[in-house]
Design a protein around this ligand. Sequence first.
Ligand code: NAP
Length: 238
Amino acid sequence: MKIVIIGATTGIGRSLAELYASKGIEMAITGRRIALLEEIKQTYPQTKIHVRSMDVINYEESRNIMDELSLELGGFDVVIINAGVGFPKATFIQEIETVHINVRGFLALAHWSYQYFQQKGGGQIVGISSLASLSGSAYSPEYHASKAFMANYMSGLRMRSTKYKHGIAITDIRPGFVDTPMTKQNKGMFWVSSPEKAAIQIKDAIDSKKKVAYITKRYVLIALILKMIPEWLLEKVF
Ligand SMILES: NC(=O)c1ccc[n+]([C@@H]2O[C@H](COP(=O)([O-])OP(=O)(O)OC[C@H]3O[C@@H](n4cnc5c(N)ncnc54)[C@H](OP(=O)(O)O)[C@@H]3O)[C@@H](O)[C@H]2O)c1
């Protein structure tokens, strides 16, 4: 098996890269901070790791890089789209940046991956959305909306793959709270997971080709509640 991880420099993506690297799985890892990717490559010299700079805002370039990586690796089986941003009290510019990265950047890569696996005759696309995909938020409406886009887009791709028998598994990973650079300024977090524990559960969900997985598993309870409670009650929480 060969994999690609988009956004592997820090946090969840990095822990996933280290977990796969420790198991000797050949992979390509991308991100903007290339020195952090080189660190991972140097830590696991026994594993074939292809490092590539990629800013998902430049979506045409990202898709070209995927073309190049598919040749360099001689094909791959799983694409994990993890790159994402979330800003506390975002400015207008940060809200737009969130959409460019979490929505447009994600779409460009998920679309590329679907076409690639369709031609190849199968494969797996993994998107790291969020528990936030299930509701709006008074604090970060743009982030929750961007994650809802990801979740719905993946649901649509899954339906397409089943309907037309494309043989492409789509796994929507929905973390609750994970201790990463993105959440370091967050207050009021609960059931916080380490990125290493999150990576183990994410890999298990990928291996068993889950359609949707909550990370950590007990967040499924919060998901059930979020699906039931009305907006007036949500306003008091998010
Ligand atoms: N932590 C949580 O509690 C939590 C909960 C739910 C969902 N998530 C989701 O999990 C994913 C990973 O987040 P994290 O918590 O691990 O945060 P993180 O440590 O800040 O990691 C974000 C990753 O995305 C990459 N990235 C950001 N903007 C990019 C761009 N324009 N082009 C390419 N790569 C970019 C970063 O790499 P560079 O900056 O080096 O490019 C980094 O590797 C995100 O999609 C996030 O929304 C996190």
